[in-house]
Design a protein around this ligand. Structure first.
Ligand code: CA
Length: 232
């Protein structure tokens, strides 16, 4: 079966060249022009990847990116390739912060997009194939707002739960301190980068108490934190 790619792009000319390049490379595509249609398409058919334009008539592609990563449309790890206008430098950065897998700036060559799509899908497949040890994985229980690690429920303060949840929802992706502050503390002026580090330290100690041989939270100097997909 051909991998299904959802293209969300309001400019028909761009969508057509993308559709041509992707179908030539063996993908099956679906094109929608609005966020609303994209949400519906995600409910109806299981896409393997979404090519997502930032500027859409009924909103921003970033909103849909955030919704996907929050698990609202099924697979929270669904690969996303963002399309941005050249002037939107800031948008690009924000796009990756929100958990997009990659981005291309307009104008782009459709061939380049197709290559990126293949690279992202290959990476996603190898992440999924990484050997998982059932004794070292996390389980996120959103309803009860609790997290299990290596078979034991963690005793977490509210902020600790939210921080760990944010990392777990983005397996393999680096979450910057800014992103974590935003997701966990919102606009609380009292908190800063140090707050994030302190909370990570506490969470690490609680994980160590369960499995002293593992350190699932990785530190990326000057960039932030991540959790490898093999733990999720
Ligand atoms: Ca557009």
């Amino acid at each position: 079966m051909k991998p299904h790619i959802l293209i969300v792009e309001d400019e028909d000319a761009i969508a057509q060249t993308l559709t041509y390049a992707l179908t030539t490379d063996g993908f099956e595509t679906q094109h929608v022009r609005m966020l609303g249609e994209a949400r519906q398409a995600l409910q109806e058919k299981r896409a393997r990847l979404v090519v997502l334009d930032v500027g859409l008539p009924d909103g921003s592609g970033f909103d849909l990116c955030r919704e996907i990563r929050s698990g609202k449309h099924g697979d929270a790890a669904l690969p996303i390739l963002m399309l941005t206008a050249r002037s939107e430098e800031l948008d690009r950065i924000v796009g990756l912060e929100l958990g997009a897998d990659d981005y291309v700036a307009k104008p782009f060559s459709p061939r380049e997009v197709s290559l990126r799509v293949k690279t992202i899908l290959r990476r996603a497949a190898s992440d999924a194939g990484e050997k998982r040890d059932a004794g070292s994985t996390f389980q996120l229980d959103r309803d009860a707002q609790r997290i299990c690690f290596a078979g034991e429920w963690l005793t977490l303060a509210r902020r600790e739960y939210l921080l760990l949840k944010t990392l777990l929802e983005r397996p393999g992706r680096i979450c910057s301190r800014e992103l974590l502050l935003d997701m966990v503390w919102g606009h609380d002026a009292e908190s800063g980068d140090r707050t994030v580090d302190t909370h990570v330290k506490t969470i690490r100690a609680k994980l160590k108490a369960i499995r002293s041989d593992l350190d699932p939270i990785e530190t990326h100097r000057g960039m932030g934190y991540s959790i490898s997909p093999k733990f999720t």
